[in-house]
Unconditional design. Structure first.
Length: 227
């Protein structure tokens, strides 16, 4: 009996060691970046708000939400939300309006403050020029959008994400690694992060849980303007 117990213990130890040393499952390969032809913003046909939960927590991807915490543009006029009420797990917030000048928006009151780059556009809406406003502009962009990984870009409706993708591609990023995954306003998945809890009681106070956000602060007052 004693010998049998010893054999069972050794067998169990070998099995546990084998389980611990087994290689981790290889994640599914990313589908090619493929803008949906029916999307006005070029949202990706394969990785978007419908499928994004399947593509979270990958080491070969960086996740960026390019909305402002509180956008001055009147997105409520088109059924959107100017306040960043929720995001998705793993997405770092890097507002596009701080990266570069905005193209024309379908709403009033767009942000018109400091940006890392000033853009001009061709007649077809593509970027014609991108001028760095600060000595650190490209450094910041390369830190926040590393070139050696795929980049999933999300916003509210898809517009800011499309602008960010266009900016990065124009400045030399590999467009095949850039995915406009669409607008969080349509997200119905299970990995949401609530940042604003709207009160359902008249006169109640909203809870602004902005501390839950992984937010990239760009302090323009500390940057060195290009002369």
């Amino acid at each position: 009996m004693r010998k049998l117990k010893m054999i069972l213990c050794l067998t169990l130890a070998v099995l546990m060691l084998a389980a611990c040393s087994a290689p981790a499952a290889t994640p599914a390969a990313l589908p090619a970046s493929e803008p949906d032809a029916s999307s006005m913003f070029g949202v990706d046909a394969n990785i978007n708000m419908t499928t994004i939960d399947q593509w979270l927590n990958r080491d070969d991807v960086v996740y960026r939400d390019v909305r402002m915490l509180f956008d001055p543009a009147d997105y409520a006029a088109i059924g959107g939300n100017a306040d960043l009420s929720s995001t998705v797990e793993g997405f770092k917030i890097v507002p596009y309006p701080y990266l570069a000048t905005l193209s024309e928006l379908p709403v009033a009151g767009a942000y018109a403050g400091d940006t890392l780059f000033t853009l001009t556009w061709n007649a077809d809406g593509s970027i014609a020029t991108a001028t760095a406003n600060y000595e650190e502009s490209m450094l910041i962009l390369e830190d926040l959008f590393p070139k050696d990984k795929a980049i999933f870009i999300m916003c509210g409706g898809g517009g800011y994400a499309g602008m960010t993708k266009s900016l990065l591609a124009f400045l030399g990023w590999d467009e095949a690694k850039l995915y406009n995954v669409g607008g969080n306003w349509e997200y119905q998945g299970t990995h949401g992060v609530e940042l604003i809890k709207y009160s359902e009681v008249d006169g109640g106070n909203n809870i602004y849980a902005t501390w839950r956000a992984d937010y990239a602060t760009i302090d323009f007052s500390r940057l060195h303007a290009v002369k």
